[in-house]
Design a protein around this ligand. Sequence first.
Ligand SMILES: [Zn+2]
Length: 319
Amino acid sequence: MHVPLSARRPLGITALTAIAAVFVALALGLLPRAGAQPTSRLQVVTSTGVFADMIQRVGGDRVDTFSIVPAGADPHTFQPTPRDIQRASTANVAVWNGLELDEVAERAVSALDLPALTTVTLSDGIEPLGTADGDDEAGTEAEHGHGHVGGNPHMWLDPTLAMRYVQQIRDGLSTADPANAAAYEQNATRYLAEIAELDAYALRAIEVIPIERRKLVTFHDAFPYLARHLGFEMVGVVLKSPGREPSAQEVVELVNEIQAHAIPTVYTEPQFNARILELAARDAGVQVRSLYSDALDDQVTSYLDLMRYNVDSLVEGLR
Ligand SMILES: [Zn+2]
């Protein structure tokens, strides 16, 4: 409701009392001070909800995890605001994928120069596959003017590599909080067994898909590790590099590929507007289904759910 200026009280007794009350409260230690730890739990910052879920499974009730990229957003192109980054200012541990998936957030958090921050890079020690735009890699590097390590960042979509991620998280939490190392070890062991069980389910489930139909066309280039692990061939992707829309000619070529390989289903991803792929699928006369990759949402809220959803979607679309 709009209050006319003349009806407002002058800055008087009420306001001064309120200000004085804050000073009194501060003096008595009643209000939290900036930088104070509200809890003894380990504070962990990461980029996506997929990693936040993994961290929470390993950390249990000993950690609070904050993911900078919101649910349903594309981490490749998401630009955190100063406010998003500010929320990371109490972090003890930072967990990044590496391989440029989350480098904007990583750089912004490292610029905070937090004391005694333990940083975990999940892709460390895993040999990366190339990206769909691999041919342009040399040119891209020259343009960016920095010698980044190229390679496809989506390793977690292969469950055996996700297990390496979980081990990295366990080791990082234990380094930052050695007093609880035994608990992290125990949680990780249980979680690793669940991922192994899921992997066994995946390998069994895809047996119903004929070998000649084990071919993938997806929206962005997130599935080469999953394809390699399951013995699928990556036939095509719509978005060859983050944020770059395909040309009309590239869409025509994709339709030709879908038809030449007799692919029955192509796959969109929930965090993208899939209109281009839907049109290509209509032209090629094939079905459209979805796969989860970089982002969780209300329907799929954990890494294990994401992988189960993907396996079932592959089986239904390609069998
Ligand atoms: Zn991605």
